[in-house]
Design a protein around this ligand. Sequence first.
Ligand code: 0PR
Length: 363
Amino acid sequence: MLEDGLREDELFRHLSSIKEKDRSYRKVLSSMCSIPHPVAVRAHNIFIESNLGDPGLFMGTASLEAELIERLGSLMSLPEACGYATSGGTESNIQALRIARENAGKKSPNVIIPESAHFSFEKACDILSIEMRQAPSTEKYIVDTERMEDLIDGNTIGMVGVAGTTEYGTVDPIEHLSDIALDRDLFLHVDAAFGGLVLPFIKGSPPFDFRLDGVSSISVDPHKMGMSTIPCGCIMVRNPDFFRSTEVDTPYLTVKKECTLCGTRPGGPVAGALAVLDHLGRKGMIEVVERCMENTRFLIRGMEELGHPVAVQPSVNVASFSCDETPDGWIVSRTRHGHMRTVCMPHITRETLEEFLKDVGEM
Ligand code: 0PR
């Protein structure tokens, strides 16, 4: 710790120089986060000191969280869905498996997840001492439901389906998983961290939400395609009783019980997330998603013309290609199968993609 504090101008000169070491999003095709919408930043700043961990103190902010859950619940076809704002998809997935485990009450619990599921499930299973059984994907990079069913036994506490996979932008056959869940009386968690704010705005998207009776919980992240500030995820459940199992007594707080994983929780990103949804409305969200999807199709056409086929036609704005090299100055990621993975987030413009394709062509 410094003995004498820095002057404000010195401090901020230093911070600005450090910030320059961060990448700007311009040539970043690997991220599922983006530049937050200006209304999100403005709303976030208004609620900068609010703590949702003590909702009795911050009743206004708590009402915004309830509104956010109502908006997202409606988007997921269940306006009365019960939920709360998390720090993102990882926390939502941990909580979903925690609820599934408590709900099933098995001695040696296991959960069946698609091989393509996000690595946060590995963390969740480790923390919760649940055996993670991975079901392989088909050649379309969606889970093979027959293989999934084969893995179910008497100790299975639930299944996971992904709506908008991190690596290929595909959607698992959630309708079929929902039938299996109902048939075998299992908890079904849908990880729609990415797709939850994309698929509802695309006509003809496959069903993945609470319309399917077997879906028990869904996670949706406003800090991805919701353009909110970080961190903002949401976990929603069909049955409010599900949260009983994660409740603890909080005798000295303004509320006497808490079902969340984190204690202190920021109100700013929640205000930011709601601000974006209310400012853009359904029409504005459709425009944003359409632009991202048009850009994704443009990129796929361009890459294919250059001899780099897309691994699978995605259902959301994530596209992965057979292309071993990466042009200088660009950030893409690599899937576990070695494909070049790209995400056309709102910060990726048509001009940026033209520049990217030109550089790929010159590699
Ligand atoms: N579920 C899915 C389907 C995801 O894609 C992700 C994250 C998560 C859960 C976990 O969400 P949180 O990271 O919010 O806990 N997917 C991105 C990924 O791992 C996260 C990311 C975002 C990574 C921006 C890098 C980046 O620059 O690729």
